[in-house]
Design a protein around this ligand. Structure first.
Ligand SMILES: [Zn+2]
Length: 258
């Protein structure tokens, strides 16, 4: 496509990243998720455990205790569409009570911090319920790691940018590299939503834009893995209420943010 970028590069770990505040607002009923630019953590790290994907890349989880069932989180990341960038992020599971402070948002269920010590923070809960949220945050990590020259970061991945006609949309004022037009018009959030949809066809937070189709997924897969084809990611178990609302509410005992 004419909009397709011609040059891109994979950012080195630790390269300076222009990350804006990112919040996944409660745009869906019952969905309270956020990504925020994290401040320095003041909560002591927990138990750091690692595993490897099928190519021997290290996947790291920082769990609050040895009793945390990290296996499901590992499977979620291992089965995601990913590349080498998976080694440069830590999935940090914290107590629910710490999420709002660490993510600097009362509505946050999870958040992402890029840079030298890239981290996804998520509250301890049901990994299946949080799967789409975690994948959304991992989408931010993919975006921050795979850099290209179309638009300012965060700008998704190059073929995704072309397939979604982001250059044209930006020129028309439909989307922004910042949050000036709102969360749903933020290019970084649109990419993160598309990335998550590639794995779980749950609620899609960008209502003004058609849901991503296979061409969008193929573009992302090619950008991330270098392969356009191959088996689709094994979908994490999605739980849908009868109403169709993505079940992503806070666990019992935790007041759901509005
Ligand atoms: Zn986000």
């Amino acid at each position: 496509m004419s909009d397709r970028p011609t040059r891109f590069r994979r950012a080195r770990v630790g390269a300076s990243l222009m990350l804006s505040r990112m919040c996944r607002a409660p745009i869906l009923a019952g969905l309270v998720s956020a990504a925020a630019l994290l401040a320095g953590s003041s909560v002591a790290a927990g138990v750091v455990v690692t595993t490897q994907d099928e190519r021997g890349r290290t996947i790291t989880i920082d769990a609050p205790s040895r009793a945390t069932p990290v296996g499901q989180y590992f499977r979620l990341l291992r089965n995601s569409v990913h590349g080498d960038e998976i080694e440069s992020v830590t999935l940090r599971i914290v107590q629910q009570s710490a999420v709002a402070r660490l993510c600097r948002s009362q509505r946050a269920r999870a958040c992402y911090r890029g840079g030298e010590n890239a981290t996804i923070i998520v509250g301890e809960g049901d990994p299946a319920e949080d799967a789409q949220t975690i994948l959304h945050e991992y989408g931010h990590h993919v975006d921050a790691t795979i850099r290209h020259r179309r638009g300012a970061e965060l700008n998704g991945t190059p073929r995704w940018w072309g397939t979604r006609a982001m250059g044209l949309r930006k020129a028309r004022g439909q989307v922004s590299s910042t949050y000036a037009l709102g969360w749903t018009r933020s290019i970084g959030e649109i990419f993160a939503e598309d990335y998550a949809q590639m794995h779980i066809r749950g609620p899609y937070g960008i209502r003004w834009l058609p849901r991503p189709d296979e061409s969008v997924f193929r573009a992302i897969r090619l950008d991330v893995t270098g392969r356009a084809t191959g088996p689709p990611p094994r979908a994490a178990r999605a739980e849908l209420r009868r109403s169709g609302t993505w079940r992503n509410a806070a666990p019992r005992g935790i007041r759901r943010a509005r």
